[in-house]
Design a protein around this ligand. Structure first.
Ligand code: FAD
Ligand code: 2HG
Ligand code: ZN
Length: 470
């Protein structure tokens, strides 16, 4: 093993090859579900160094775990317990290479933090719409590798829809120059879409060209109470009809998830949460003016109240109120983590099936595990729920996970299948769901995935044990 360490030191310099205790910050996943042991953490500064590292690892038969901001939810970016895997941190690939206002694109390296991309676009009067609670630490490479979603998907799509081109280091250390700002290119198979969402199992993304959009002239945020999931879905239908492309966010939160924010982040002052079992957070982006936006949004809320699908509602008066409403929604993940270890389900369903899914699954869980606490929230606008589960109040978190996690997962995932959904809408498979996926994915699709993995990474050295076992 010292041979591979020396080879890596020759490529990046001794300072950028971390060993022993220095590896610790890279060895535990964000949710603190798993702590692994790395052979080393290597920190290249450019694409050529990444390619040389991959070649060295191939020569020595050592596997590679790519890591960006390590904010992933499914234990995909940390090493296993063997002490034999190299963690390849992309954080030092942090240059924005080019912003092209006329083409409305930005080309940046994999380690650029999402928030930096948003700021760079904004400084040119443009919008990079990807928006996640982890945006202060997650990276472009991680966003692409997980095909991250977030809160603007209802209008702008997932990371995949935002990407026009990639630069990738392949499993044998070649550099594929696929950076392109083209919106149309039909010259054969779409390699780009293979690497997006592959969670580092097919290649290392080193840079990408992403779409930018005009910045809306005005954004308004509303917070509304609804007394059922069915009414939240009806509000979505009304919002789509009235606001059309102006609808840029539509999130739902159940009362328990809001109570967790109220408990762990009292400074957020969650509005209206005691009044109803669910609240909806809705964002309108308008290209005309604030008056036009207010008129549209107030019209929508009046109609919804008239129909009885909204009970009470507020519209943020200014930017800081709007930001606070978004922070309430984004703080649910942290509030749940502060409450204790938990079970996450990152599911999607046809929007038309969500109310029935919730009625069915809420009842089944309450029946099977009395006292279980549901943290049901998420991106209702695109059919993605975070149908998370916290232990009953009187059961220790760790004990609950050991006893009930498999049973809870089976119950929820079976219901997802019954209602024609997906067991992962945005967080991916990682190692946490690698043995669950085969139970729910079409067998022909799985066989094709396995063949793609074997074709692109025949030695199986890129993030083994993640997404699909070969
Ligand atoms: P990492 O966690 O470092 O890696 C994720 C996966 O990608 C791993 O499998 C890793 O091996 C691989 N990888 C990383 N970089 C590369 C690369 N350059 N080339 C090849 N493979 C690579 N996710 C959502 O989709 N929507 C949300 O709304 C959302 N909100 C979140 C809120 C919070 C508070 C937190 C903590 C997480 C949230 N996430 C969300 C999950 C997470 O932030 C995203 O999955 C994000 O895209 C991961 O980026 P990262 O840089 O941290 O990647
Ligand atoms: C979000 O939408 C993230 O906030 C995290 O995808 C969801 O905490 C979760 O389960
Ligand atoms: Zn999410």
């Amino acid at each position: 093993m010292s041979e591979v360490l020396n080879a890596l030191r020759d490529i990046v310099g001794a300072k950028q090859v971390l060993i022993d205790a220095d590896c610790q910050p890279f060895e535990t996943d964000w949710r603190k579900r798993v702590t692994g042991k790395a052979l080393c953490v290597v920190r290249p500064a450019n694409t050529q160094e990444v390619a040389d590292i991959v070649k060295a690892c191939v020569r020595h038969g050592v596997s590679i775990v790519p890591q960006g901001g390590n904010t992933g939810m499914v234990v995909g970016a940390v090493p296993d317990a063997s002490g034999e895997q190299v963690v390849l941190s992309l954080q030092r690939l942090h240059r924005i290479r080019h912003l092209d206002p006329a083409n409305a694109t930005i080309t940046a390296e994999a380690g650029v933090i999402l928030q930096q991309l948003q700021v760079a676009a904004s400084e040119q009067g443009l919008l990079y719409p990807l928006s996640l609670g982890s945006q202060g630490s997650c990276t472009l490479g991680g966003n692409l590798s997980t095909n991250a979603g977030g809160t603007q998907v209802v209008r702008y799509g997932n990371t995949r829809e935002l990407c026009l081109g990639l630069e990738v280091v392949t499993a044998d250390g070649e550099i594929w120059q696929g950076l392109s700002g083209l919106r149309k290119d039909n010259t054969g198979y779409d390699l780009r879409d293979l690497f997006i969402g592959a969670e580092g199992t097919l290649g290392i993304i080193t840079a990408a060209t992403m779409k930018l959009f005009p910045k809306p002239r005005c954004q308004l945020t509303a917070w509304a109470t609804v007394d059922s999931v069915q009414h939240a879905v009806r509000l979505l239908e009304l919002a789509r009809a009235r606001l059309n492309a102006g609808l840029t966010g539509f999130e739902m939160m159940n009362q328990f998830s809001m109570s967790l924010v109220d408990k762990h982040f009292p400074e957020r002052r969650v509005p209206l949460w005691r009044e109803a079992p669910y609240c909806v957070l809705l964002e309108l982006s308008d290209m005309e003016s604030e008056d036009h936006a207010r008129h549209s949004l107030e019209g929508l809320l009046e109609e919804a109240m008239g129909e009885g699908c909204v009970g009470n509602a507020i519209v943020a008066e200014n930017l800081s109120q709007a930001q606070n409403l978004w922070l309430i929604r984004e703080n649910i993940t942290m509030a749940q983590a502060n409450e204790g270890l938990n079970i996450k389900h990152d599911i999607s369903l046809p929007v038309s099936a969500i109310a029935d899914f919730c009625a069915h699954t809420d009842a089944a869980l309450a029946r099977e595990i009395p006292g279980v606490r549901l943290v049901n929230f998420g991106h209702l606008g695109d059919g993605n729920l975070h149908y998370n589960v916290q232990c009953p109040a009187d059961v220790p978190h760790q004990v609950f996970l050991e006893r009930e996690e498999a049973r809870v997962n089976a119950l929820v995932n079976n219901a997802v299948k019954q209602f024609h959904g997906s067991i992962s809408a945005e967080h991916g498979i990682g190692s946490l769901k690698v043995d669950t996926l085969p139970k729910y994915k079409d067998p022909v699709a799985l066989a094709l995935m396995r063949r793609i993995k074997q074709a692109l990474d025949p030695k199986g050295l890129l993030n083994p044990g993640r997404v699909i076992r070969v």
